[in-house]
Write a new protein. Structure first.
Length: 192
């Protein structure tokens, strides 16, 4: 079985889930990064952002190569054609990808009839996996950011003293809201 890893432009981290799943066998896998004009034209990306993303991808590809990973950096017009050509050229039997957490892209990806097994790993760029969040949300009547923050602070012991928030308050939203209103009123009066 030949494992291939596709690294997306917003997943440029050596510890990302797909790379981490093969870190011990790095010489035995193939890694792909695709710089795709098609992908760039599907959404209204600012040209400067694209330059930065593609530059970061090229630098990360080099970092992977320097770390002993076999890397293909493909600059193509068509994302799917580049992916299929790479799968065929490298005899990939399993394609691993960290969850893109982008619904349109995920739908497109899952709709492909690839000539290999597709394994989508949980995205470890977030403290909560989608499954953990869905389990938490499924137990609630309604979803409030306030409740989510409290749960997260307790779960990860962030600014907590035992089971209570440090300083005795969960947040300062009311204070911040009053400060913001005062600044708006003040700045509005100077314009008159």
């Amino acid at each position: 079985m030949t494992v291939g890893i596709w690294v997306l432009g917003n997943q440029l981290w050596l510890e990302q889930a797909a790379l981490a799943s093969c870190a011990e066998q790095r010489q035995e896998v193939s890694v792909l990064l695709i710089e795709s004009a098609q992908f760039a034209m599907e959404r209204p990306y600012h040209q400067q952002k694209l330059v930065l993303v593609w530059s970061a991808m090229r630098h990360f590809a080099q970092e992977l190569k320097d770390g002993g990973w076999p890397v293909t950096y493909s600059i193509e017009d068509d994302t799917e054609a580049a992916l299929r050509a790479w799968i065929q050229a490298n005899s990939i039997s399993e394609l691993r990808l960290m969850d893109p957490v982008d619904h349109p892209f995920s739908t497109w990806l899952r709709g492909l009839d690839l000539p290999c097994e597709l394994t989508i790993l949980d995205n470890n760029h977030f403290l909560w996996s989608a499954a953990e969040f869905n389990a938490w949300a499924g137990k609630r009547k309604g979803l409030l950011m306030e409740s989510f923050y409290r749960e997260g602070r307790q779960r990860f012991d962030v600014l907590m003293t035992g089971d209570q928030p440090e300083g005795g308050q969960w947040n300062f939203d009311k204070d911040n809201s009053q400060t913001a209103q005062g600044q708006t009123q003040h700045s509005g009066s100077s314009l008159v």
